[in-house]
Design a protein around this ligand. Structure first.
Ligand code: PHE
Length: 351
């Protein structure tokens, strides 16, 4: 027996469909509902198929109603899907609320390398005392690195600086271009190009052909200092470097000068500071001597002055040179110089 197909039947199916749609509350239930009503053998589809058995008049009326029902039901489905999505979102907003007062995620911030920081600190100490900061070439002629500094070819003092040569040997088996082994060549370059008075410091990289160990790198940084004028004495050297030591290592620092040899100074000295760790009692930092050697210095050798065209009878001067890594190691208590260039952020980000 076939059920009578009328506008009423259409309305009943529609009503039931809406009631069921209302209680479908997840994706699976919605899909099930769609198949049941709008699918290929769904109820609305079946109604439409049954139209063929009706009188033309009735078919027109019931057909229109069925098509309309199909339209509103598929609109209803869309609305229901959207409503469920909105509800889901609202639920998330309730449970996953954002606390705008929480601190934000910190953006990673860069910083200066500890050696750059130390170099700047050294520069500031000398700039405050009237020194000018100058830089020079890292690839240098042996003329400036040695000859002009009173270290002629074949002089055994060249062995004090293990050299990396960068050019090929000439016919005589000699080489002349090198990576500077110290910043001292800038003493000659600056004096050659300037008339006294001279008051400069020269920070920069230097290179030595040697094996690395906790206290030696094959590349490192120095700060050179040079002051030349009429009447400059060893007392000026001591006063200037004493002031530097107090600025960088603390007000209460004591300094000690001892004789040392560098071919380009006469007399030559080295300067130590009293150990800031043990205050001079002796500890592992100062090698149980109470003193820490921090730089080499001296009065500019007359041969160096006349070599650049200065009259050594008229002018005198002092020069000094220090290793920046060594100063940083002492300041921060670092026991291996290689840490500075290992590019390990766990180390570098501590400064
Ligand atoms: N250039 C020397 C070195 O590298 C240091 C120094 C500079 C000593 C100036 C005296 C005067 O060892």
């Amino acid at each position: 027996m076939r059920e009578e197909l009328s506008v009423d039947t259409v309305e009943q199916v529609k009503l039931q469909a809406f009631q069921e749609l209302e209680s479908a509350s997840d994706d699976a239930a919605l899909e099930q509902w769609r198949v049941a009503y709008l699918g290929r053998s769904g109820k609305i589809t079946q109604l439409l198929r049954g139209l063929g058995a009706l009188d033309p008049d009735e078919r027109r009326v019931v057909g229109a109603a069925a098509n309309k029902a199909k339209g509103v039901l598929s609109d209803g489905l869309d609305l229901r899907i959207k409503a469920l999505k909105d509800a889901l979102l609202a639920g998330r907003l309730d449970t996953e609320s954002i606390d705008v007062t929480l601190p934000g995620l910190p953006a990673p911030q860069g910083r200066l390398h500890p050696i750059t920081q130390t170099r700047r600190e050294i520069e500031e100490a000398f700039v405050a005392m009237g020194f000018e900061v100058r830089e020079g070439p890292e690839v240098e002629w042996d003329r400036y690195n040695f000859d002009m500094l009173n270290i002629p070819k074949e002089h055994p003092a060249r062995d004090m600086w293990d050299t990396m040569w960068v050019d090929n040997e000439n016919a005589e088996g000699e080489r002349s271009m090198l990576l500077r082994t110290h910043t001292s060549p800038m003493q000659a370059r600056i004096m050659e190009a300037t008339e006294p008075p001279v008051r400069v410091i020269v920070p920069g990289k230097v290179y030595r052909y040697e094996a690395t160990d906790p206290t030696h790198e094959w590349h490192f940084q120095q700060v050179e200092g040079l002051a030349v004028d009429e009447g400059i004495t060893l007392a000026n050297l001591k006063g200037t470097l004493f002031e530097f030591a107090r600025r960088v290592f603390g007000e209460e620092r004591k300094v000690r000068f001892r004789c040392d040899f560098f071919p380009f100074v006469e007399p030559g000295v080295d300067m130590s500071i009293d150990c800031f760790k043990c205050g001079g009692d002796g500890c592992h930092i100062c090698g149980h001597t109470g003193w820490i050697e921090i730089l080499g210095a001296g009065m500019v050798h007359p041969n160096v002055l006349s070599g650049v065209g200065y009259d050594p009878q008229k002018y005198t001067g002092f020069a000094f040179g220090m290793g920046v890594e060594r100063i940083a190691m002492l300041k921060y208590g670092i026991d291996d110089v290689r840490n500075f260039y290992a590019n390990d952020l766990r180390f570098l980000s501590q400064f």
